[in-house]
Ligand binder design. Structure first.
Ligand code: SF4
Length: 343
């Protein structure tokens, strides 16, 4: 019995992030605290550009080169000259072999076909859209200011401009029910972005959501609920060849100090990926535990770090399936195979 690892294999390279917290944002979204999430203070774009140039000054061409990413604001709503000067520096770094691809993140209501075409000509390769949800109800409850139709249209515009597409979703945002998350995943399966990031909604100090939470008007989804719902979503996305490149916010010091409520754990990604893998294996391995007696499961080495979850939390549920830790062996093939234990 042999089956492939469910996660699409990745040619991703490390990213050099340039954080432009809130730059270009017309309003502060209810849940957003970019300075806290990224651990980067607010700075004018000119100063960010100077630091970018300094970071690469004197550097040789890189092999492999990293990707350069402008994160944390609404890039396409920055003054046109600012967008152009960021991309001019990025294009030069690309010509010099110091970076590989260039991406930026923005809102779905801040993209026009004309601007995207211009950015593509200036060397932008990938666009990440902070969609959060494709469903009108949570979008309205979160006061996002665009509809699900506009969110879908933005994804299509990115594709038409010849850009790689990344989608960010926010399970548990205000107004969201479980069926909305299912719809959001369905939309992704149809739109086929290259990447998805899943950021469970958190309550961070200083945000409008923090006030709603203090007044009892908003309750974020629990860690238990996120751990129940997201593995199925991840597995569905993997199954369509979509890479899930981020699960939850990174454990920045500022984040831990300002987190008031919500499903966050420093090892959330490992935990969710492990559960998605277990879900997959439970659909592939024999259903009766006794059928795994005397067998070993050879598993791709790339699954080793997450197979049993965070601190081996999944060991009991694997044991209930009839698979003990000693029955799992790692190999360099990218498929799983159930073999007779000849030892
Ligand atoms: S969620 Fe996006 S658009 Fe809203 S304030 Fe944050 S960075 Fe700006």
């Amino acid at each position: 019995m042999r089956f492939l690892h469910p996660e699409p294999s990745s040619s991703a390279v490390p990213v050099f992030p340039v954080f432009i917290p809130f730059a270009g944002c017309a309003t502060r979204c209810v849940f957003c605290a970019q300075d806290i999430q990224t651990g980067v203070p607010l700075r004018p774009p000119e100063s960010i550009l100077r630091s970018l140039e300094e970071s690469f000054a004197g550097m040789e061409a890189q092999n492999p080169a990293r990707d350069l990413a402008f994160y944390g604001g609404t890039f396409t709503a920055l003054p046109r000259e600012t967008q152009n000067s960021f991309l001019a520096v990025a294009a030069r770094l690309k010509r010099e072999g110091k970076i590989r691809r260039v991406r930026c993140s923005t809102r779905p209501d801040a993209v026009s076909p004309r601007r995207l075409a211009a950015l593509r000509r200036l060397g932008l390769d990938d666009l990440e859209l902070g969609i959060q949800s494709f469903c009108d109800l949570p979008l309205r409850a979160s006061r996002r200011g665009y509809s699900g139709t506009e969110a879908r249209a933005a994804c299509l515009k990115a594709r038409e401009a010849g850009l790689g597409l990344g989608v960010q979703l926010m399970p548990g945002m205000p107004g969201m029910e479980e069926k909305h998350l299912e719809d959001d995943v369905e939309q992704c399966l149809e739109l086929r972005p290259d990447t998805v990031r899943l950021y469970p909604c958190l309550v961070l100090a200083g945000t409008a959501l923090a006030r709603e939470w203090e007044e009892g008007a908003f309750l974020p989804w629990s860690l238990e609920r996120i751990c129940r719902l997201l593995p199925r979503a991840i597995l569905a996305l993997w199954g369509r060849g979509i890479r899930v490149i981020r699960l939850g916010l990174a454990p920045e010091k500022n984040l831990k100090e300002n987190l008031l409520a919500g499903a966050w754990h420093p090892s959330l990604g490992q935990s969710l990926r492990g559960r998605a893998l277990q879900l997959y294996l439970s659909s592939r391995l024999p259903g009766e535990p006794e059928k795994l007696k005397g067998k070993i499961l050879c598993a791709p080495r790339r699954a080793q770090g997450e197979f049993f979850g965070h601190r081996r939390e999944l060991r009991p549920s694997y044991a209930a399936m009839g698979l003990e830790q000693k029955q799992v062996r790692w190999w360099n093939n990218d498929f799983f195979e159930l073999l007779e234990d000849s030892l």
